[in-house]
Ligand binder design. Structure first.
Ligand SMILES: [Cu+2]
Length: 395
């Protein structure tokens, strides 16, 4: 009885309207195909399950030991045995045909309209958009992280891989999950019927902060998507000389830019030569990479989509927007009024205190001189103020 109550509570909780990762609420064609398959399969399995349970219950009660003599031993009933072999075989074929055909449908890549490369690493997702005619046209590559931005009503093909261990990419409202494996490229279709944010999380245990490795797919209508692309490709605007942000630029160049790329950032030597500042995360980080921060404030979560860049109030406005209003709100990015400075400051102050990166001191010592995730940098509060002012302009 207790088990039944717990099971039905779990089922009901799964059906709750505000469960953003509910596989029973598909929001795109691919997830719909899975849904159309899973409910009849569950139904058939449920009916068979009930019949078997009732038959077992009946046999247990009816033929329990009441001190009666041993029943006469027989050598089977061929008719019944043949029937009980054919019936399950028919059920399996009945379930198998639509299953195999759905698997083939979901593996199709011939109708791709847009390509995004997805790379998992401990413990965040990087998305890079190759230059392409697809996606409505992208003239130069774009690199971002955490939030996968896609045009709605478009067949997007994700090419998934990993830089360290096996992770698994899953946005339940849009498709099933697919493992990301180092050295391999797996493909996964993505299509969203409506603009909005669709939550997901890494679904292959990948180390200490596995639970802090989330992701979000953000679907924009195709016009808004073009605006997003144009924003990502906007060239670098240096902070106004003498401003807080300008001090932040210097602090960023000294403390952050050897891991994090900001496209267009350059440094000027005393003799006036200008050189681009290029990140070398492969020399410092175990996974060999760190998020590109060129347009950090166009996304609204950070560090594996685990913390919000927006205050609760501003976040709710974006997440709860109607599909018509959503794009304009998302494209506003993070403004000074909406910045969740608390979590961002904590992150810059001491990232490993926020997101556990080492299971033990021994693991830390054995990381080959490189850091796992983002290290604590020991900056003072003034430097953090300046860096935040600088980052706020990365929109
Ligand atoms: Cu992972």
């Amino acid at each position: 009885m207790l088990g039944l109550t717990a099971a039905s509570a779990a089922v009901l909780a799964g059906c709750a309207k505000d469960a953003p990762q509910d596989t029973w609420q598909p929001k795109g064609e691919n997830a719909q195909k899975i849904h159309d398959l899973q409910w009849p399969v569950f139904l058939v399995a449920g009916i068979v399950g009930v019949i078997v349970m009732v038959a077992v219950g009946y046999a247990v009660v009816r033929f329990r030991d009441k001190g009666q003599p041993m029943p006469e031993q027989s050598h089977g009933k061929p008719a019944l045995e043949i029937a009980l072999t054919i019936l399950p075989a028919l059920i399996l074929v009945g379930v198998g045909i639509p299953t195999v055909s759905t698997i083939f449908d979901l593996a199709d890549t011939s109708d791709t309209e847009c390509i995004v490369n997805v790379t998992g690493q401990q413990w965040w997702w990087e998305y890079d958009y190759p230059a392409q005619e697809g996606c409505g046209g992208i003239s130069d590559p774009i690199v971002t992280s955490g939030q996968l931005v896609i045009p709605a009503n478009t067949n997007v093909l994700l090419r998934l891989t990993s830089r360290d261990v096996i992770h698994s990419f899953w946005i339940p409202a849009l498709n099933g999950k697919k493992d990301t494996v180092p050295g391999r490229v797996h493909t996964l279709r993505m299509q969203a019927n409506q603009p909005g944010i669709y939550a997901g999380q890494c679904t292959e245990f990948c180390g200490l902060s596995h639970a802090n490795m989330k992701m979000e797919a953000v679907a924009l209508n195709p016009d808004d998507f073009q605006t997003w692309v144009a924003n990502q490709l906007e060239s670098y605007v240096a902070p106004e000389a003498g401003s807080q942000a300008a001090l932040g630029e210097a602090a960023f160049t000294a403390n952050c830019a050897y891991c994090h790329q900001v496209n267009g950032l350059s440094s000027t030597a005393p003799d006036g030569t200008v050189t681009p500042v290029l990140a070398n995360p492969d020399q410092f980080v175990v996974s060999g990479s760190a998020p590109n921060l060129t347009h950090l404030m166009t996304r609204n979560t950070f560090a594996g989509a685990t913390w919000d860049l927006l205050t609760d109030e501003c976040r709710d406005r974006v997440w709860n927007a109607s599909p018509e209003e959503f794009g304009a709100l998302y494209l506003q990015g993070v403004t000074a009024e909406c910045l969740n400075a608390v979590d961002l400051r904590e992150w810059i102050r001491n990232a490993p205190a926020k997101k556990p990166m080492y299971a033990s001191d021994a693991q830390k010592a054995n990381s080959g001189g490189k850091v796992r995730g983002m290290p604590a940098l020991g900056l003072n509060e003034t430097q953090i103020d300046q860096i935040i002012a600088y980052l706020l302009e990365r929109n």
